[in-house]
Write a protein that binds this ligand. Structure first.
Ligand code: PBG
Length: 322
């Protein structure tokens, strides 16, 4: 007897009925760039990420309202400050752009939108690295102090989840302790557990003005050839108290997403990063690819690999399609 798998592909109804993986609005998290250099109601396009913008404070809040109305459950905020220094001092300014957007969005939307804030120094340092430096060395333990303070200032503003993306050792434990000691036991930690030293962050660094001024991030972000090491990082972060973990980038690391989902008993997210976004946008602009289909297939692939949720610059738009 000939086995005929094609029977289950005969028409759209049967294909829909037996599809194993389904993308829903609830899977999506939308990144937002808050730029303190803009007027409050202003937004400006990001050259390297067609269709994406940097927002002034009120423009960011309005964008969050629209995103929430579309049924996307969460945003993740990144900040571009007016002033940068060696110690990322402006990141802990209680009147900083991210802090202001957190408190405005939470008072406006309450539980209708989860607000996640990326915790990292690189957008706030003059040298563009994700830590305190000494010469050309990135110091681990000194950096933890700053990360704890950044997370605390977001917690004070009312953030739901802090997301450390720096890859310093011990940051989850440090942040958990600082939050708990200050009465923020209910603020969750989403750690970028397996974050690779990837070329795919290029457009983001343009967007967030966070390109390192010397060297690269290879002494803290993971080597692109490693997968066992991802298990080690994931295990450490879970033990230190992470509530959710991320794999980043997503597409070139779908094996890691799958592994992470298998080994972890907490939710796993995939971060479909700026380079993944811009690649498809560029191909689409050239007429080389069907944009909508390619976007949908990309996100479905990340979910099929095992992601419980996906951080994607397409979140707002895709929510409109679903
Ligand atoms: C900050 C940070 C980066 C991204 C998220 N958080 C840049 C980097 O590590 O260089 C990249 C996100 C993207 O490319 O979409 N450390």
């Amino acid at each position: 007897m000939l086995i005929r798998p094609r029977r289950l592909r005969t028409n759209q109804k049967i294909r829909d009925m037996v599809r194993e993986t389904v993308l829903t609005k609830n899977d999506l998290v939308m990144p937002i760039f808050v730029d303190e250099n803009l007027k409050d109601d202003e937004k400006t396009p990001i050259r390297s990420m067609p269709g994406q913008f940097r927002y002034g404070i009120d423009a960011a809040v309005n964008e969050c309202v629209e995103i929430s109305e579309l049924g996307v459950p969460a945003v993740i905020l990144f900040g571009i400050p007016v002033e940068k220094d060696e110690f990322a001092t402006s990141a802990i300014n209680e009147q900083g752009g991210v802090q202001k957007v957190i408190s405005k969005v939470k008072s406006k939307l309450g539980d209708d939108l989860l607000v996640i804030a990326d915790v990292c120094m690189c957008e706030y340092t003059s040298h563009g690295h994700c830590g305190i430096i000494k010469g050309e060395e990135i110091l681990n333990d000194e950096t933890l102090e700053v990360l704890g303070n950044i997370a605390l200032s977001y917690a004070k503003a009312g953030v739901d989840i802090v997301a450390p993306s720096d890859m310093m050792d011990g940051r989850v434990l440090k942040i958990r302790n600082v939050l708990d000691q200050n009465g923020f036991k209910n603020v969750s930690i989403m750690s970028y557990a397996a974050k690779y030293a990837s070329a795919f962050y290029g457009p983001f660094r343009d967007a967030a003005e966070s390109t390192p001024q010397f060297g690269d991030r290879k002494s803290y972000q993971m080597d692109i050839g490693n997968s066992k090491e991802a298990l080690k990082e994931i295990g450490l972060d879970i033990n230190e108290g992470a509530d959710l973990i991320l794999v980043k980038p997503a597409l070139p690391y779908l094996d890691i997403v799958k592994m992470a989902k298998e080994v972890s008993n907490i939710p796993v997210g995939g971060y479909c990063v700026s380079g993944e976004y811009s690649m498809i946008e560029a191909a689409a602009q050239n007429g080389w690819i069907d944009r909508e289909k390619a976007v949908f297939e990309t996100l479905l692939g990340i979910k099929r690999a095992g992601a419980d949720f996906i951080i994607t610059y397409w979140a707002k738009e895709v929510a409109n399609w679903l």
